[in-house]
Design a protein around this ligand. Structure first.
Ligand SMILES: C[S@@+](CC[C@H](N)C(=O)[O-])C[C@H]1O[C@@H](n2cnc3c(N)ncnc32)[C@H](O)[C@@H]1O
Length: 433
């Protein structure tokens, strides 16, 4: 614990200038709790949320959480006083005095009567000696129906960096808290390694030689780092009374996309179809270890089993409502959607983040999204009044209600795959058609 504290007192994380927070749709999408809540219950929650950012560091992500969840009360906690002080300055810079920060060890959260609806726990759990205990504590302050997001270093992807840490531990660079002298040692060592040597090829680049020493401190010299496989993730979930909900970058864990032309060979298709969520993720990480972090949403055990959209009976569709994802209310996104409709061209929300906003939207989809900006619609409203003409025309099946509905559902499901929209069964409060 002392080593972790010293590390972040010397090098608060992230080391990003106060004014450089990117509030674009891609970032907001990832931090918006509406996404995991929909995965949990197929519902859209509208009450003000209580959000906790555990190990908030210098408050960059805490501000994203506040921006992405309008009306929420957001609190960040961290062990490091220096990080907390920078986080407060960052919030003040952005005029977010409503976001509060407290210097606190996560282990002392237990036993408090406060409850949170959404707990964010990023880039910390893999540093701690007792991750299952910490998740148990977080579970104890999680409200019923609440969600926790946490991430851990993925063992296969982090493997060469973990090797580098072992090398520098062997060379005596991690006995006390690494500072500038140790960073210089690492730089000198790596610069002198032959370019063909595995350690250098796999975990060194010009960014470590020249830029912020924090990059070396947080990687090659990181104290208490650990690598996790999917099976380790599920083990701590079991131990802490939590249940897997979804990967944060869920569209990237698509097994079909591993194969040529997205065609899973017949020989393995049946076997793969018989695997549960956990086994499919394990399979995926063996075939394609792809991200530094396993980033997941989880909830209390006993999650609701809901029916996927493509299995809904007609009567469920009849009563359904369609809601825009709140992150798409961002002015730049609305501007793009308007441009798509007025200039009759397809657009792409690509933001540079690894979030699934990288989808092509044609003018018909753009209009359907824009029409949700004012508020949700009933599914039925697409087939009534003025909208009926638009839908019949777009489906190229005027007059044939079955064909039109088939097309409409296909389009809505397509928009719902990346969660640009939430399709909610039953009678949710919606604006009149
Ligand atoms: C890598 S930083 C992550 C910061 C932030 N969550 C982010 O992702 O940008 C890890 C943070 O966890 C904090 N931390 C480590 N152990 C902690 C503990 N026991 N209780 C609270 N915070 C802790 C550190 O002080 C540090 O600021």
């Amino acid at each position: 614990m002392d080593k972790i504290l010293q590390q972040y007192e010397f090098s608060p994380y992230p080391n990003i200038p106060l004014e450089s927070v990117t509030f674009d749709a891609g970032a907001l999408f990832k931090y918006c709790a509406a996404t995991p809540f929909y995965f949990q219950s197929q519902q859209v929650r509208t009450e003000s949320l209580r959000i906790l950012d555990v190990g908030c560091g210098t408050g960059y992500k805490t501000l994203l959480l506040a921006a992405a969840n309008r009306g929420a009360t957001v609190k960040g906690i961290d062990l490091s006083p220096k990080s907390i002080s920078i986080a407060r300055e960052r919030a003040a810079h952005w005029g977010r005095e409503d976001v509060t920060f407290e210097r606190m060890d996560v282990n002392s959260l237990g036993g408090r009567d406060e409850k949170y609806d959404y707990i964010n726990c990023q880039d910390i759990l893999y540093l701690l000696p007792n991750p299952a205990e910490v998740l148990k504590i977080l579970n104890s302050v999680l409200s019923d129906g609440g969600v926790i997001r946490f991430d851990v270093h993925a063992k296969h992807v982090r493997e060469s960096m973990l090797r580098a840490q072992s090398v520098f531990r062997m060379l005596g660079q991690m006995e006390k808290n690494p500072e500038m002298a140790e960073v210089d040692f690492v730089r000198n060592f790596m610069d002198n390694l032959d370019d063909g040597v595995s350690l250098k090829k796999n975990c060194w680049s010009v960014r470590y030689s020249e830029n912020d020493p924090g990059a070396v401190l947080m990687n090659h010299l990181l104290q208490s780092d650990s690598g996790w496989n999917i099976s380790d993730v599920f083990k701590v979930l079991d131990e802490s009374g939590l249940e897997f909900l979804q990967m944060v970058n869920w569209l990237g864990w698509n097994i079909q996309a591993l194969f040529k032309n997205q065609q899973v060979p017949a020989l393995v298709e049946n076997v793969l179809a018989g695997l549960d969520d956990r086994q499919q993720l394990e399979f995926f990480e063996l075939v394609q270890p792809w991200q530094r972090l396993h980033d997941i949403w989880c909830c209390k055990q006993g999650k609701i089993a809901w029916v996927p959209l493509d299995e809904w009976p007609d009567r469920t569709w009849e009563e359904a409502s369609v809601h825009l994802h709140p992150a798409l209310l961002e002015p730049k996104v609305i501007e793009l959607l308007n441009a798509s409709v007025s200039e009759h061209r397809s657009i792409n929300f690509k933001t540079g983040h690894d979030y699934p906003l990288d989808y092509w939207i044609d003018p018909i989809l753009a209009k359907m999204l824009l029409d949700l900006v004012e508020g949700p619609r009933r599914y039925r409203s697409y087939l009534e009044g003025d909208y009926a003409d638009f839908i019949h025309f777009s489906a190229m099946a005027a007059g044939n209600r079955d064909e039109v509905e088939k097309w409409l559902r296909m389009i809505l499901i397509r928009l719902s795959d990346p969660l640009y929209i939430f399709i909610v069964p039953g009678a949710a409060p919606v604006r009149s058609p």
